[in-house]
Design a protein around this ligand. Structure first.
Ligand SMILES: [Zn+2]
Length: 246
């Protein structure tokens, strides 16, 4: 292939811009915020499950408490009814009176026991409610730091997109200076090797950093200036400049 030396030199500008684009793409993929957001999302999911579990437990205890309080009310109502009967004087038989008093005493003991149960449930419920509040607080914190990380990621992406856009604009201008066949070869090599062209500097290919043999240098020296030469080692287009050492 043949191409004007100036067009070949433009390949170096193109390669430089492509390497900027590659660095930007790499930065986009490896933003520290991405790992951070991922980590916070995992923490959020785990905490959200814990919140649901704690809320379920607190809800169960609330129902348990309502039921125990209902039991207390039932027993208290029975004791009050018995007490009224006792106070009314309607029961006169000593045997019935003794039985009624014994039942009232028994109901009072039962009410005391049930009130103990209510207190014990209330304590557990208080602990469960405070666990719910604690977990919800943590969930909010994680959501806030994830959202902050997302904002930082978005800001970084805007910056990267801006640079990538500018790089793309400059690349289009440079590509316009390069004949289609040379550009096509460059693109093909870039696809295969990551970099399509490299400078020959001081007898060394700047793509693979390998020093060319004397025979290779002589071959390139003898080649017309508009010949497109390739590195034997890495197959990239070798661009000759005043620094090539030819
Ligand atoms: Zn090379």
């Amino acid at each position: 292939m043949k191409a004007a030396p100036d067009a070949q030199k433009r390949l170096l500008d193109l390669a430089e811009l492509d390497s900027v684009a590659d660095r930007l793409a790499h930065r986009r993929r490896t933003l520290p915020e991405l790992a951070e957001i991922d980590e916070q999302s995992k923490r959020y999911a785990k905490l959200a499950t814990e919140v649901i579990e704690a809320e379920t437990e607190a809800g169960d205890l609330a129902r348990e408490q309502a039921k125990a309080e209902g039991d207390v009310d039932t027993v208290r109502a029975r004791a009050e009814r018995d007490q009224k009967r006792l106070d009314s004087g309607a029961v006169t038989s000593p045997k019935d009176l003794a039985s009624l008093q014994s039942e009232i005493a028994s109901l009072h003991r039962r009410q005391g026991d049930l009130e103990e149960v209510v207190l014990e449930i209330m304590e557990r419920r208080e602990a469960a409610d405070s666990k719910v509040a604690d977990l919800r607080g943590k969930l909010d914190e994680v959501a806030a730091s994830r959202s902050a990380a997302e904002d930082r990621r978005d800001a970084a992406l805007v910056e990267i997109d801006k640079e990538a856009g500018e790089t793309q604009g400059r690349r289009s201008a440079v590509a316009g200076d390069i004949p289609a066949d040379l550009l096509g070869l460059y693109e093909k090599l870039r696809e295969q090797y990551g970099v399509g062209a490299a400078m020959l500097r001081g007898g060394r290919c700047q793509g693979c950093k390998v020093a060319l043999s004397i025979a290779e240098m002589n071959r390139i020296k003898a080649a017309p200036h508009d010949d497109v030469v390739r590195c034997d080692e890495c197959r990239r287009i070798l661009v000759r400049t005043a620094e090539s050492g030819l």
